[in-house]
Design a binder for this molecule. Structure first.
Ligand SMILES: *Cc1c(COP(=O)(O)O)cnc(C)c1O
Length: 368
């Protein structure tokens, strides 16, 4: 039987070895599970090269829980967050700040344009009330890659803190906390780490995290309190997703075996190159210029006349291939992911199905 391919921004296709690791029950206070948690925390911080300066704090929940915990814990109650937004995930950070009562300014770009570091510099010069800046590394709305290094340099130079939503690329796209200064990098157990969903990760700057006691709006999303807990006794404060944690460790073993984030990125780049070349042959155009597109998820313009996304989606779904609707507000589009435990054979299989379905859609309705 052919396995299901999740060509989406998550949850993603996982390996048999990762899912097999779910098949064991752990007690949350069991020394073996405490040790597993400790290994996960070190390995996740090391993926971002933050082992000397940062600590990984884990939370049960999806990626958004980690983003909400980071904003709520690390942005001072009397601070102001500047969100750099060119898509839905930037807007979500602004919505979180609004919901939890942190003052927030939003600087917006078109969904097809990268954040402009020069504009960030000007805003930080003008507005002394801004304490923290938030940016999305790969904006999953389109798959666009923002210039995080340049933004980080400007934010550091201006003496402000930076939060990086690295959710969609963590474990593959380069992100080096020795090169950029960030008070937090947010990630999750699925996406490029190729675990199963259920754990949000914040790799937080230790010196700042230590100064954030009592700052969180939330009891359960208080990163400082959870960090203190991990440091004190290695335990999660509330029921940990024990099987998900074990699956994440298995996934990290596979990341190492593959050759680390660089090798994983090379596999995704190959998926991406095959996908865009194959789709171009079938007449599908990418929404973004190649220079802005990260090899994470690709947005394609709907081809117009005769194309019916629902039929297209359902026909692919019937073949065990799941794609994603577009999230662009301007023009009709759809998205196909390049990440997860998939390789060129899987992309070839998907392209083969898409070719057949595209040919069927081109036939007038009612013919058989
Ligand atoms: C997936 C993702 C998130 C988190 O989404 P969840 O559905 O909560 O896991 C946040 N930011 C970006 C850029 C993402 O791709």
């Amino acid at each position: 039987m052919l396995r299901t391919l999740l060509l989406t921004p998550g949850p993603l296709t996982t390996t048999d070895a990762t899912r097999a690791a779910l098949g064991h029950d752990w007690g949350s206070r069991d020394p073996a599970f405490v040790a597993l948690t400790s290994r996960l925390r070190s390995r996740l911080a090391a993926i971002a090269h933050g082992e000397d300066t940062h600590d990984a704090v884990l939370l049960a929940g999806s990626g958004t829980f980690a983003v909400e915990a980071a904003i709520g814990t690390l942005v001072p109650r009397d601070g102001r967050l500047l969100v750099l937004a060119n898509g839905a995930y930037g807007e979500r950070m602004a919505a979180i700040a609004g919901q939890i009562g942190r003052a927030c300014s939003v600087e917006r770009w078109a969904e097809t344009a990268p954040v402009d570091p020069g504009r960030v510099r000007a805003i930080l010069r003008e507005d002394a009330s801004i304490t923290d800046v938030a940016v999305v590394q790969c904006e999953t709305t389109t798959g666009l890659l923002n210039p995080v290094e340049a933004v980080a340099g400007i934010v550091a130079e201006a003496g402000r803190r930076l939060l990086v939503d690295a959710m969609s690329g963590f474990g593959a796209l380069p992100l080096d906390l020795r090169q950029i200064r960030a008070s937090a990098v947010m990630a999750s157990s699925n996406k490029c780490l190729e675990g199963v969903p259920g754990i949000g990760v914040v790799v937080a700057e230790r010196s700042h995290l230590a100064a954030c006691a009592g700052q969180s709006h939330s009891l359960s999303l208080d990163l400082h309190a959870q960090w203190r807990g991990f440091v004190a006794n290695g335990q999660w404060r509330y029921t940990p997703p024990v099987q998900v944690a074990a699956a994440l460790e298995a996934a990290l073993d596979q990341l190492d075996a593959e050759g680390g984030p660089q090798a994983r990125l090379a596999r995704y780049r190959n998926n991406h190159a095959m996908l865009t070349a194959g789709m171009a042959r079938l007449g599908y155009r990418t929404t973004l210029p190649a220079a802005l597109q990260a090899p994470i998820i690709v947005t394609f313009d709907e081809p117009g006349a005769g194309f019916d996304f629902t039929r297209f989606y359902d026909a692919l779904q019937a073949e065990g291939i799941v794609i994603y609707p577009g999230k662009l507000t301007q023009a009709p589009s759809f998205r196909i992911g390049c990440i997860g435990a998939i390789d060129g054979h899987d992309i070839a299989r998907a392209l083969d199905c898409i070719a057949r379905i595209t040919a069927q859609q081109a036939e007038p309705v009612g013919t058989n």
